[in-house]
Design a protein around this ligand. Structure first.
Ligand SMILES: C[S@@+](CC[C@H](N)C(=O)[O-])C[C@H]1O[C@@H](n2cnc3c(N)ncnc32)[C@H](O)[C@@H]1O
Ligand code: SF4
Length: 417
């Protein structure tokens, strides 16, 4: 309901967002400022029950070579002779480390077509981290890493159904913290049943003590198609845990980088898809451009065969109206707590205050937003409300899109109300 009202007010439309399946392969207009890139590696050794991302069991690894070949082809096809430099490249999954030397190969393939002007980030499962692997990543050009710790408490990991020994995370983070990456992010989940204030406070402090430059704290979300045996705690309890996180950040000298991330001052932010525009490669990868949001097929074999046949592996495309695209920009800028006038005018060639003056004034009057030198930021109250809205958005939009796209017979159209 809340997300529907927001969409209607900001996008000035009561029409739903519609994802249409596409069987044509138009060229993508990559001429946008600060284009980022995302590469999805959809294989995992074990599948965690809480995880919503598109991934398949790695098994004997026999699908990886063909998958890497397909990635190279898709990159060549999409970037072509691109002169647009990429502002960042992120590898996510799944478990990108399973690609091994393939990571370097994909980075070289991207560099063949486009300059990488910024950071290269990669997600890691704690059990992936070994000294020689870390060296290989640095040699390949990876500059930032994100470690999926979730919790250092055995009982929370067991509740999540990911009973990894926390000492593996401790050793992994110790290694990453001293390896020479410009940012080391640690993912924690809060709102797991049985997790106490003290558990969360200790997890935050432990991550910082072991060398994390950023701590990402995600509220536990029960996706409709996940196989959780437990349910997240109430929103009221999450609110209490959020206060613990704010206090922990302060005690550890970290500042809030977005609604769900905190980082050491002066270190770069690790944030894969919260960008104004990005191009995604691989099964289930998304692409966000000026006029469209597209999602690749959620099927490894389908992905490989589409790319092999010279087609883009797009499953669905949402065509934005100009107003809806601006509203989408505003939504993610709120998540990043940085609603910048210059960024808005560079991207849209229009003035932020002219487009959203009424909504911004109301947000200011309600104490949700505060002015900055170049626009607006969310206040503490605003960040709390955005945390609530972002969870609703995840349930109402992301959960539905991914569930439908992953189904055995995906429909031609997905309507998001
Ligand atoms: C692709 S996963 C992590 C990368 C790596 N494969 C791993 O498992 O360590 C990205 C992050 O999303 C977060 N996440 C996954 N499922 C979640 C859920 N149901 N609720 C909240 N956060 C979740 C976790 O913190 C996770 O580390
Ligand atoms: S949480 Fe990570 S390791 Fe677990 S299934 Fe998801 S992507 Fe794979």
């Amino acid at each position: 309901m809340l997300t529907t009202i927001l969409r209607a007010v900001l996008a000035r439309s009561l029409k739903p967002f519609v994802f249409e399946s596409t069987d044509h392969s138009p060229a993508l207009d990559l001429d946008v400022p600060h284009l980022g890139a995302y590469v999805h590696i959809p294989f995992c050794e074990t599948l965690c029950p809480f995880c919503p991302y598109y991934k398949v069991a790695y098994g004997d690894g026999s699908a990886m070579p063909a998958y890497l070949d397909a990635l190279e082809r898709e990159i060549a096809r999409v970037l072509g002779r691109s002169v647009t430099p990429l502002s960042s490249v992120y590898f996510g999954g799944g478990t990108p480390a399973l690609a091994g030397e393939g990571i370097g190969r994909i980075i070289r393939a991207i560099k063949f077509h486009a300059e990488i002007a910024g950071e290269i980030g990669l997600e890691l499962h704690p059990r992936d981290v070994a000294e020689d692997f870390t060296t290989m990543l640095l040699d390949a050009g990876v500059t930032m890493v994100s470690l999926g710790v979730q919790s250092f408490q055995p009982h929370s990991l067991a509740a999540l159904g990911r009973p990894t020994d926390p000492s593996i995370s401790v050793a992994a983070l110790g290694m990453l913290g001293t390896a020479g990456f410009s940012a080391v992010d640690v993912d924690l989940i809060f709102g797991i049943p049985g997790q106490s204030d003290d558990d969360l406070r200790r997890d935050f402090a432990r991550a910082v003590e072991l060398g994390a430059t950023q701590v990402s704290t995600y509220p536990f979300i029960d996706f409709s198609y996940a196989s959780n045996r437990i349910k997240p705690v109430s929103e009221r309890r999450k609110q209490g845990l959020m206060s613990v996180l704010l206090k922990s950040a302060e005690e550890n000298g970290f500042t809030r980088g977005s609604v769900w991330t905190f980082r050491r001052r002066g270190t770069p932010s690790y944030s894969s898809i919260t960008r104004d525009d990005f191009v995604g490669f691989g099964a289930s990868a998304t692409t966000l451009l000026r006029d469209q949001f597209k999602v690749n097929t959620f099927d490894v074999d389908g992905y490989i065969s589409a790319v092999g046949n010279g087609r883009l592996p797009t499953a669905y495309t949402l065509r934005f109206s100009p107003r809806a695209r601006r509203a989408y920009w505003l939504f993610w800028s709120c998540y990043n707590m940085d609603i910048g006038r210059d960024r808005f005018s560079a991207f849209f060639g229009a003035e932020l205050d002219e487009e959203f003056g009424g909504s911004l004034a109301l947000a200011k009057a309600l104490g949700i937003m505060a002015p900055t030198a170049d626009g607006y930021t969310l206040t503490g109250r605003g960040a709390y409300w955005f945390h609530v809205i972002e969870q609703l958005y995840t349930h109402q939009y992301i959960d539905k899109t991914w569930r439908v796209a992953m189904s055995a017979t995906p429909p031609r159209r997905i309507m998001l109300w």
